[in-house]
Design a protein. Structure first.
Length: 187
């Protein structure tokens, strides 16, 4: 910055000397010869704000500053960690899971049971056979209730408690001892 300032001062001084040498003395008042710069004029120099060239002139509003610092939820640039409010605890196994998904241990049990059923199906029907009928899985102690359009797969063990007979229906039967209590003496 000092080099630039000194160069401009030298240029001003050179222009001043050229004007003084080659202009006739009687025309001097007309040319409006620039005066020597004093310390007071140094404050009004065009290079004075050069100290502030690298700094902002206006203050950014609060919303823009926070958007730069933290990002924006609307634009998908949020930089802070988000709380996942879909995490729950499975009270049977004591592990965490996300809503809409099975807990890892429960998922593992279901997959093991599914592999047993698939293995038994491949033993019964063969691998690569076309599936032209629905499949009914019967565990130990269950009876066939289907018609002719079902293929039956029998498994020699008890049905697990989490594996309902009708997979579209929940297996749990919640029995409630509570009854609705109606208020008395209102009339």
């Amino acid at each position: 910055m000092n080099i630039l300032r000194n160069t401009v001062r030298r240029f001003d001084h050179m222009v001043e000397t050229i004007i003084c040498r080659y202009i006739q003395p009687q025309l001097m008042p007309v040319t409006a010869l620039p005066n020597r710069q004093t310390n007071n004029d140094n404050l009004n120099n065009w290079l004075n704000p050069s100290i502030l060239w690298n700094t902002p002139r206006r203050r950014r509003e609060l919303k823009k500053r926070q958007c730069r610092r933290f990002g924006s939820m609307e634009w998908g640039t949020w930089k802070l960690p988000r709380l996942d409010r879909t995490i729950r605890v499975d009270h049977q196994t004591g592990e965490y899971f996300q809503l809409g998904k099975l807990a890892p241990k429960t998922y593992k049990r279901v997959m093991e049971e599914t592999k047993i059923i698939q293995k038994r199906m491949s033993e019964t029907f063969g691998v690569g056979a076309p599936v032209d009928k629905d499949v009914l899985v019967l565990y130990k102690g269950e009876q066939d209730q289907g018609g002719d359009n079902l293929r039956v797969v029998e498994i020699e063990k008890e049905r697990p408690s989490f594996f309902s007979q009708n997979l579209l229906q929940k297996n749990r039967h919640i029995q409630s001892d509570s009854r609705t209590v109606k208020p008395s003496g209102l009339v």
